[in-house]
Design a protein around this ligand. Sequence first.
Ligand SMILES: [Zn+2]
Length: 136
Amino acid sequence: MPSKVEALSKKDLQELKNMLLERKQAILRKMQQYYQESQEMETNIAQDAVDKAESSYTKEFLLSLTDAEREQLSQIQAALRRLEKGEYGICQSCGQPINKKRLKIIPWTSLCINCQEKKEKEEAEERELEREKEIL
Ligand SMILES: [Zn+2]
């Protein structure tokens, strides 16, 4: 079955690689900032026990942001590895090429739009099931 998806040129790959590296740097900078802020908060918590509850709430919020970004960072690193191996732009689920436009919006994606939608649908269904369990 020949694919009609336009192949990625060297120029495209270079462009996508730059996007990945830029995003990676931005996340690393942010993570460093969060880390410093949470360290500072730690100090404040020790100094002021009254504000403890509020501070740990803020701290958790910052750390949860970091988690989401850490997740993206690992996706970026995996994408860079695929670039090196020449496997970039191939859906990790169905093996079909990922649309170029999609890659230029989310260069770290490892799934084509069909597989992504399928995955999101499954996750939404799982969340729905979890909620039902909670109600019961
Ligand atoms: Zn796919």
